[in-house]
Design a protein around this ligand. Sequence first.
Ligand code: JHZ
Length: 396
Amino acid sequence: MFKEFLDLGRHPIANAFLQKEEDFKDEFLFDLKVGLDTDTKLVSIKNFVEPERIFNQDYPYNTSNSFPMIEHFRKTAGMLYNEYGNETCYRVLEIGSNSGTFIENFSKVDSVCVEPCGNFAEITEGMGYKTYVDFWTTELAEKILSNDGYRDLIYAANCICHIHDLDDTFRAVKKLLSPSGIFVFEDPSLLRIIERGSYDQIYDEHPHIFSVTALNNLLRRNGLQIFRVDNLSVHGGSNRIYACHTDSCLVGDSVRYNLQEESVFGISNFETYEIFAERVFNSKKKLVKLFEDLKSDGKKIMSIGATAKSTTVFNYCGIDNSIIDVITDTTIDKQNTYSPGAHIPVVSPDKVNMIDYDYAYLGAWNFKDVIINKQREFVESGGKFITHVPQVMMFS
Ligand code: JHZ
């Protein structure tokens, strides 16, 4: 049974940046509500947005624009190859290959990509990787099986939690995975989100927020089994899940440890989510008050990183261009647009003289250290950063 615990109000598509002011009136909005499935313990949003509205030719999030993520994927690929690879033949498939930052570390001959966004599929095709421009389904898995054969590694980063029908997703993986193959996927951790109060990781692209507990239930009922879990620091705390065909591998201690940690934390108790919802509401009140106080003191505020996360914060808290003058972002496709819902101009960092501002809100708080390092002059001239994670605060 789906039990709702959080109502974040009306929201746009988190990555649907608007090209011109005339587009504001036709913007698509939906009710962003969140709940717990009391049977599987899966946390999901209530109203799914059709995937074609989100993942299409105009999808702007490009992993190549976040250089810490390029390094993350290079290391991940190296580790997976060294620990599970095979020199003579290692058949890899990536679901949601984006601009190829993971797959580029594997052979072009043995690798296949799946990517529904045509703009990114073109990139991996151009790099020489066979790419299916499609959503991940059992139908597609059958097609790949007949064209390309079984896969020894099926990998996905920040993608599986984007898919509505998880039973179909896992059945599709099971179909295509070789008998000793592994399925590895990483997504933000529900436990870390609750711990840090980072409700901004909830938006249309994340119809589900995964706990190891829920994944364990869902994978099992589809003939797969978790055998290892790595806790990662990326995206504010993610879990990398390793799964195999049921009974084809030994379950490691990391699985028991994570399940135990989540159980002690209360991940299966509805009360945990009611407390979280209260914290989210208080976070909003504090952030709005802080911005209002700063504006009434005549301070100038900008924001760094036009993230999907900041779309959630700005729309939930009602923060618009009267509070934040401008957002900077290094992604070319987000530049010279308006942010979804809040309609704050998004520009390249070169277009903004940071010392003209008193405060910078961290839309990309997950890259806090990298961003702060680049902003020494801003801090030396008295500038301060604002974040709401793990609590609303200012710092320099
Ligand atoms: P970043 C994305 O969410 C979307 P977002 C997606 N749905 C997902 O699942 C999560 O990631 C995990 C910019 N930037 O990675 C680049 C600067 O401007 O936090 C990016 O646009 N200056 C796939 O959008 C954005 O910030 C910088 O110095 O919340 C970061 O986006 C740096 C380091 C980044 O993901």
